[in-house]
Design a protein around this ligand. Structure first.
Ligand code: F6P
Length: 375
């Protein structure tokens, strides 16, 4: 066993289900296997700035009873999703040294990992990252903690809405998160039985959306419809719906209402349209079994990377295994968009779902690629 280390852990950016499970895995492995000390840093860079810590030891975890950290949502360390600035960089950087940290585990999405990587480079921190985001747009990992739970939450909402939509012959427009990447809308729309899925990567035509709804009624005699729209979806002219808040921040809002109004204008008042904005419900709740699994294997792997003194890495899920990937590559390649020609989009189209208009060069016949045979 190597020298005793003092490890910091923080959760950065928007919260998501599974963060506490990562913390639990890190604390258990670091303390039980390596006998290291683990300090939680509350509110990420704010905690470093204010030199605040939370002692996390294995006695605080209930490994022999019902351990709440295994399956509670949110993060016991707190999170911040404000546009962090580098203005106080020096103060934040020296927080790492003043707290006597030997290494830091950052659980974050692409934006916060990019910021923390910059700070780590400037301050010679020993940083290891764990990917988390309901948007699942962090590069070089097929899964980030939080995505699976959010898909399940949306799919459950779509399932519930389908029954009430069918009872009233209504069109239900469901607005989901996804500023730049539409993975959430796409995956949940497929498993939730959507008729239309609108995502930021593929511009939509409102005429085509309305045409799809009319077609369902006229051709298939189905009087209800489910439209899933990501908050960052754009028209063919590149227009999205947003507003500027009182602090001058531009926020996406209103696409659901907009689409609903357009449908009403097109199909007329005999078709009732209702809007559900799922909002932060998508970020709450208990982590799914898959998210708990990902959080646990990622947490252990992050601690192992520190034991191997392999820093500036992110743990990732590739081909059914946990691997480590260079953090600078992750940042350079993130956020990862939905591939308009990819198999998932083509699968949705094969189900008759309207998914926006492809450009001529994006037309693709999705074919299965054969995995190389393994001896
Ligand atoms: O990045 C994750 C995310 O959930 C986005 O999909 C969404 O636009 C954003 O966070 C919402 O952030 P906030 O909690 O700051 O409103």
């Amino acid at each position: 066993m190597g020298k005793q280390k003092r490890l910091g852990i923080l959760t950065s950016g928007g919260d998501c289900p599974g963060l506490n499970t990562v913390i639990r895995a890190v604390v258990s492995h670091a303390t039980l296997t390596y006998n290291w000390e683990v300090l939680g840093i509350p509110y990420a860079t704010q905690g470093l700035l204010q030199r605040r810590t939370m002692v996390l030891n294995v006695h605080g975890l209930d490994l022999h009873g019902i351990d709440p950290l295994l399956s509670t949502g949110g993060t016991i360390l707190g999170a911040m999703n404000k546009g962090d600035t580098l203005a106080q960089a020096e103060e934040i950087i020296s927080g790492y040294q003043e707290l006597g940290l030997d290494a830091l585990i950052a659980v974050g999405g692409d934006g916060s990992l990019s910021l923390l990587h910059q700070l780590a480079q400037r301050g010679s921190w020993k940083l290891v990252a764990v990917p988390k985001t309901i948007d699942n747009d962090v590069a070089l990992t097929t899964l980030s903690v939080g995505f699976d739970t959010a898909i399940n939450t949306i799919a459950d909402a779509l399932y519930r809405l389908t029954f009430t939509a069918a009872s009233h012959d209504r069109v239900m427009v469901v607005e989901v998160m996804g500023r730049e990447a539409g993975h959430l809308a796409l995956h949940s729309g497929i498993v939730g039985g959507a008729d239309v899925i609108l995502i930021p990567e593929i511009p939509y035509s409102i005429d085509q959306v309305c045409h799809k709804i009319s077609e369902l009624r006229d051709k298939w005699k189905r009087k209800f419809a489910i439209v899933v729209v990501a908050e960052g979806a754009k028209t063919l002219n590149g227009e999205s719906r947003y507003y500027t808040d009182s602090c001058g921040q531009v926020r996406l809002r209103g696409i659901g209402e907009y689409i609903a109004d357009q449908i009403t204008n097109f199909v007329g008042s005999e078709v009732e349209v209702r809007v559900t904005v799922l909002g932060h419900v998508q970020r709450g709740g208990l982590p799914s079994a898959l998210d708990r699994f990902m959080a646990t294997v990622f947490g252990k792997a992050a601690v192992d990377l520190i034991a191997q003194e392999n820093y500036s890495q992110m743990v990732a899920w590739q081909n059914g295994q946990v691997v480590s990937v260079p953090l600078n590559e992750v940042i350079a390649k993130s956020p990862v968009s939905v591939d308009p020609k990819g198999f998932v989009v083509q699968t949705a189209r094969s189900l008759g779902i309207y998914l926006g208009n492809l450009k001529p060069d994006e037309q693709s016949t999705a074919i299965l690629t054969c995995a190389e045979s393994q001896q």
